[in-house]
Design a protein around this ligand. Sequence first.
Ligand code: GLC
Ligand code: GLC
Length: 651
Amino acid sequence: MYEQISHSLLNQILDDLKPEIRSQDLRHFYTRLGANFYAIHNLFHHLYGRRDDFQAQMLKLVETLARQYIQRPDALKMLDIERENDHNWFLSQQWVGMALYSAGFADNLAGVADKTPYFQELGVNLVHIMPILECPTGKSDGGYAVSNFRQIDDRVGTLEDLQRVSSEFRKRDILLTLDVVLNHTSNEHQWAKRAIAGEQKYQDYYYMFDNREIPDMFEQSMPEIFPETAPGNFTWNETLQKWVMTVFNDYQWDLNYSNPTVFIEMLDVILFWINQGADVVRLDAVAFIWKKMGTICQNEREAHLLLQLMKDCCQVTAPGALFIAEAIVAPVEITKYFGEDAIIAKECEIAYNATLMALLWDALATRNCRLLYQGLKSLPDKLERATWLNYVRCHDDIGLGFDDNDVRQVDYEPNAHRRFLVDFYTGQFKDSIASGVPFMRNDKTGDARIAGSLASLVGLETAVKTGDQKAIDIALNKIILMHSMIFSFGGIPLLYYGDEIATFNDYSYLDQPDKANDSRWIHRPKIDWLRAESRNKQGTVEHGVFSALKKMIAIRKETSAFADFNNRQLVDTTNPHVFSFIRYDHNRPSERVLVICNFSEQPQRIEMAKLSAAGFGIYGQVYDLYSGKRPTQFDNQLVIQPCLFYWLSEF
Ligand code: GLC
Ligand code: GLC
């Protein structure tokens, strides 16, 4: 949009740019800057307009964008243009992701590069390599306490190793996803050290207070994220003689985004990694980046403005790169991270579908899909050109973040129901063979979350130990069922490393003092590659899971109805154990797939009339894309085996 005030400011900024910037060929940069400048100026002004140095900061921002554009490798600039021409490219059903720790998956980054064929074998073509940046030994929160945003941690490798990963991936059309931890730094980051040494400039990067007055006011409304190990949201620093805001662990200092310098520094970090070849950047803990007294300090309007500003800026320098929002928040809040009031995504193109994840675990425990239906019905529609990251497990805990109203709607009492789920997955409930562990019980609120690997949570670990073949089969089916949902739901499925070969809990963290009090380490495995070999051996659990996932991935890629264009319609089968929906090709709506999932351990039946009523011609010729067979029918009813699914297509 053209508007005089911002345009004359832009002219002035362009005049003020340093000669080395002005002398470059910046045609594409200037067109994009012209297109986005009105929005960038508006947002930056909204956030920082009251400051005396506003104009100088604005110039610094544009210089940062230009400098990173100049440094952007030509091959990536070409990719930007290709992706501009095909701007819905990431909504395709072709994408299948996996998240992994490089050290757990393959010792280090060089190992990940060597293991690239493994991704191809399975069909994975988006790899999220979890934090690789320098962080202190011990106090690292699994890499999410970064002490240097531009340095790869020695234990993980070097920049050259990352470049090799990136070029191996690029050759094979695999997208590289890296983290940028926006909300906080380690207390050993240079900025924190200089703040401790007394430099005001760096103290202003954080939230620090001389006494408890303001911290106490904040505490009145702020929840605790790690109540067992890091109660409270502030930590006393002896040297500084100040209280520092530390929402997560006491060694993770929250950055203060009311300071524009912090914003520009972190934007520069994002652009730096995008220029190193990251196709997608996972923005960690985005809900937390703006703090406002009297609120829970999550999902604040300014947090959204900051993300819009980051997106608008990134589009100028590197429009081909995508953002993932990691916002594990209430269902109605999550969709806002795509950006509101816009047709195209104005914040993050991709967001973790924490709602679906938690609802799937609910359906599996209750053998009932009431809450799954209710929760998905109240999930707001997302914007076009935005997509979900659908996952079953990840490196974090399972938080039971359902909307209480939805829980009540289906006649459960929210607290009691959550307690049941924690008991169920930690094996405390009668007949439950799940072997998860609780994460962060909060005695003040009664809350708890769940940790554990997928295979252990569905009972496979126990079943294998007791040698109960029937239970083994059911647990394997559960792993396959959960994945059938994320492959067909709409969005990019994100596997978690190790799940594809049914990796069990790893209890060794209990012997390591810096990990023992964080039960999430139970599901951050070191892959046993000898065991992984069994994926080639019929009859093993590794083969059972790996071959099923591989097959589902291949089918997904061929099924255009599985692309994500808001092309899903829930089907009410009236059988509460069964979840069903229709996916259709958005260009050719007659090409459809009917997904039917049985979450119970008994065979289930559906009246075929119910499916016809939903518009699916089940009386005609249908077959299951997965088995290649016609579905079992009996007495005008469709039969679905325990914990299994159909992907039905019409001939
Ligand atoms: C994100 C990460 C999590 C970490 C937290 C704090 O949520 O996924 O592992 O503990 O941020 O950085
Ligand atoms: C909280 C945060 C989420 C983080 C998790 C780590 O749920 O909202 O961002 O991943 O804690 O356990």
